[in-house]
Design a protein around this ligand. Structure first.
Ligand code: KG4
Ligand code: ZN
Length: 338
């Protein structure tokens, strides 16, 4: 406790960010340290799991210390340790889980393992202090694409997910194909602003009315086919047009399904989460189409959309308040379901 506030230390190492944060009362960020490995993985065009876990191991203690220092606190004042235990890369997750268990044991602080996806949703509690469930969530990250009904803090009902590539993965793959590089999402977003979104007719895959699943794997093939055809015909490729048209095909399906789900479950709010939630066109179109039905749209600022320790701390806090505790047998679960 510090100044009468409950302090949670949140640890996140599921992919390529070593991230640690101190959050007060589940809502107020006292520190949010993110040590990104993106520049290292860029060389390889994507995340290399072995390099990721080695880097987490090298960084984790410094990042924890920096988070405590910036929050002007010590472990004596920390009331709870929250850590991502899945889904993610097993070697990467294990570093965070081991660090969290060691702190919990050594300093005698309760431990709560957090589902990374619940963390992404909880990022909204940090941004919008008045936000409370119920709401519909659209969780779009590099590894996951889910529509989730959230009736209260500790219940997440997954209505649908991707059958193949996640939205962020599709962005990254197509960015590579058109030569924009890694990480693809932000680069496609930027290029798309200069392009025509109606230039190329990429297919919108809906998988049937009332179905909340997604399929994005065909888009990469379509992009490849388009590029080959144009090349063979000797025509110059307009990368901005490809980016804008491809982005529109993904974003339109995401928006339509999220709005349909909100209407079906009579939710008056859609909460966005995950790295792709910072996509500018997604934000624009969802506000337009949800707004037409009187549905409010919320999302965290970009720094809280991508992986961070604060969202894990917030999710841990609400799980802890509901009575959840993890033991020292907490293990990494790479394929953890929602
Ligand atoms: O949530 P996140 O940081 O990590 C995972 O848990 O996966 O999401 C990363 C993903 C990457 O695929 C990245 O390309 C995508 O989010 N992304 C974006 C944008 N910013 C990040 N995709 C589209 N537009 C963006 N502006
Ligand atoms: Zn994530």
């Amino acid at each position: 406790m510090k100044n009468g506030k409950h302090l949670t230390l949140g640890i996140e190492t599921s992919c390529d960010e070593t991230a640690v944060s101190v959050v007060a009362d589940g809502r107020e960020i006292l520190s949010n340290i993110i040590s990104s490995q993106i520049s290292i993985h860029t060389e390889f065009g994507g995340v290399v799991p072995e390099i990721a876990s080695r880097r987490h191991l090298e960084n984790i203690n410094d990042v924890i210390e920096a988070a405590l220092r910036e929050a002007d606190t010590t472990l004596d004042e920390i009331d709870l340790v929250g850590v991502t235990y899945g889904p993610g890369l097993v070697g990467a997750l294990l570093i965070g889980v081991a660090a969290a268990k060691a702190i919990s044991y050594a300093a005698d602080i309760p431990l709560v393992g957090v589902n990374h996806m619940h963390g992404h949703i909880a990022a909204n509690y940090l941004e919008h202090h008045e936000l409370e469930p119920p709401f519909m969530a659209l969780v779009v990250s590099g590894g996951h694409t889910n529509i989730v009904n959230v009736p209260d803090y500790n219940r997440c009902e997954k209505l649908g997910g991707t059958r193949d590539d996640a939205a962020g993965e599709a962005f990254d793959k197509v960015a590579r194909v058109i030569g924009l590089g890694y990480p693809g999402g932000p680069k496609v977003d930027k290029a798309a602003k200069l392009g025509n979104r109606n230039a190329i007719d990429f297919k919108r895959v809906y998988l049937g009315q009332g179905n909340f699943d997604f399929s994005f794997s065909g888009l990469k093939t379509q992009a490849l086919n388009y590029l080959n055809t144009e090349k063979q015909a000797g025509r110059e490729i307009n990368v901005n047009d490809v980016a804008a048209s491809f982005q529109e095909a993904i974003v339109e399906v995401l928006v339509d399904k999220a709005v349909d789900a909100a209407l079906k479950y009579k939710q008056k709010r859609i909460v966005m989460a995950g790295g792709v939630a910072s996509n500018s066109r997604l934000r624009e179109l969802i506000e337009e189409r949800a707004g037409a039905h009187g549905i409010e749209v919320l999302r965290p600022s970009p720094i809280l959309c991508t992986d961070n320790g604060a969202m894990i701390a917030s999710a841990a806090y609400y799980a802890y308040k509901a009575g959840e505790r993890s033991g020292y047998d907490l293990d990494a679960v790479p394929a953890l379901e929602f």
